[in-house]
Design a protein around this ligand. Structure first.
Ligand SMILES: C[S@@+](CC[C@H](N)C(=O)[O-])C[C@H]1O[C@@H](n2cnc3c(N)ncnc32)[C@H](O)[C@@H]1O
Length: 229
């Protein structure tokens, strides 16, 4: 096989694995099994497909901190929800964030995030489709999330828990792939949380680069008050 054919084959294989991750129906057992097997080649696949989500989410978090938050970013408690192998944490670390916690449904991915050395604490076996019962209300200044509000992963309702754990006047920064936004009630969820006085959407980047040919929307919302657990 020549180099071009090999590159093509690797690209097709990466795309297949990404697409297959989108049809797991938010089923925790299937997601864990899938990511456990993918963990070793996840970053290789995503780098090949020019995955921009972590960089953009981290840079938006940096801009929010610089523009609106008095606290030094090194002292801001930041939660990376669905941290995977730690790509967002690495970008946040480059920008000077230091108190970064992460959680992920898949312990194998979470362990890889721990190994990056950029997180204060990483928890595995945490399911964002369920109440985050080990996390108290309003315990983070900022919550960030890339690649998790994705088809087959976390349902729109998960946003409520991210709002709950983020303190009043804190921020939630997340990506939603275009395909996810088209297929789910995510926008309605944002509207409901806004109407309930929980979150105010303050910035929305539409059709930003995300991965390969798939765009994403990037949301920045201000937390008005943490929801009761
Ligand atoms: C596409 S990866 C994104 C990982 C990382 N945020 C990044 O940008 O590289 C999706 C991650 O979400 C995790 N995940 C999927 N469903 C989840 C859920 N219900 N609760 C928590 N994490 C979940 C997967 O285990 C996986 O690590």
């Amino acid at each position: 096989m020549n180099t071009l054919a090999r590159q093509n084959a690797l690209h097709q294989a990466a795309q297949k694995r990404i697409e297959a991750s989108h049809v797991l129906d938010g089923d925790a057992k299937r997601l864990v099994r899938y990511y456990r097997e993918w963990a070793g080649s996840y970053e290789f696949d995503l780098e090949r497909e020019d995955y921009r989500g972590p960089l953009i989410v981290a840079e938006l978090a940096g801009a929010v901190q610089a523009a609106y938050m008095g606290r030094d970013r090194a002292a801001m408690a930041t939660l990376d929800a669905g941290c995977g192998t730690g790509l967002v944490g690495i970008e946040l670390d480059h920008l000077g964030f230091r108190l970064i916690d992460g959680f992920d449904l898949c312990e194998t991915m979470a362990e890889m995030a721990r190994q990056t050395g950029t997180y204060r604490n990483v928890e595995g076996d945490v399911d964002l489709n369920r109440p985050l019962s080990d996390y108290s209300t309003a315990c983070y200044d900022m919550t960030v999330c890339s690649g998790v509000f994705t088809l087959g992963h976390v349902r729109p309702h998960g946003l409520r828990e991210l709002a709950r754990v983020t303190r009043s006047k804190g921020f939630v920064v997340i990506s939603t792939e275009r395909s996810y936004l088209e297929a789910t009630s995510f926008e309605h969820e944002v509207l409901c949380l806004h109407q309930a006085g929980v979150l105010t959407p303050v910035q929305y980047l539409s059709n930003g680069r995300y991965i390969g040919n798939e765009d994403a929307h990037y949301w920045r919302s201000e937390s008005i008050r943490g929801l009761a657990a």
